[in-house]
Design a protein around this ligand. Sequence first.
Ligand code: FUB
Length: 339
Amino acid sequence: MLFTKRSYSVTAVAIAGLGFASLAFNACSSVKATHNTAGVHDTLQRNPVIKNKYTADPAAMVYKDKVYLYTGHDVAPPEKNFYEMHEWLCFSSSDMVNWTEHPSPLNVKEFKWARDDAWASQVIEHNGKFYWYVAVEHATIHGKAIGVAVSDSPTGPFKDARGSAIITNDMTTDTKISWDDIDPSVIIDDDGQAYLFWGNTVCYYAKLKANMTELDGPITKINGLPHYTEAPWIHKHGDWYYLSYAYQFPEKLAYAMSKSINGPWEFKGLLNEVAGNSNTNHQAIIDFKGKSYIVYHNGAMQTNGGSFRRSVCIDYLYYNKDGSIKKVVMTTEGVQPAK
Ligand code: FUB
């Protein structure tokens, strides 16, 4: 999300070949204990993967033979052309196709110091606890902020881990905008050191203390990421670190590679094109059962889908022998059940 370019109309981004058949859809439907999102059992139309509500800003975590998918929840009415998001959602799967929905494990109200806006987030496991880093609007410090919640279970419930934000807008001064401190992404390096990445228009990172709830050193601005907009996702595959991010606006995805978490980062080019009918794209990248996946959102839900009513999709991601990543092919088919 880049406010300075909000004038891009939702319809300016074409639904490139995304012909979704009519689906039973109820954005206000209550949580079901088990939600087989394939729903219509149409193997040619597994994307979007969640079809009974809008889901956005995916983050995925592999834990004990399961994938946990954490998303924001777009609830903006059809006539509203801005984000309305109050809670985060959690789904789990053993095969990347059949997803079980869990009751919402975290609502923005859990953060007493926050006003609203349950924006992008990521969950990571550390020493048997689960830490959920989230972007929200701060109630008393102007601008967006990052909070962290903790749970003993990947499905929650999650509780505010600090009682205050870990990042506030006044801690970063490279831009004058108030929404530059959004979109947290976390990684624990092979030596056990945890890092938090985040940022809109500027990408920042900082070390985290072993308690995962405090910074452990300065905030550093990352250079060499052309047309960086937002949505950093930090991950490691083989010997390489990857920093993927939303590029330009409407957003494509691009990525950079490094042999060190501290860079320097080498820009490698585009990863994905503009997602159908959405000016944001917001990716997560994981390996699961021997395959690699990109999880992202588009606006392809047939009922009022768009930039503020988004839906999570999953497609395969392929690495080249030199570690670079092949351009993503977004599909309606999605992926086959992982074995
Ligand atoms: O969902 C609100 C914002 O839109 C996120 O923080 C950005 O990454 C974009 O997806």
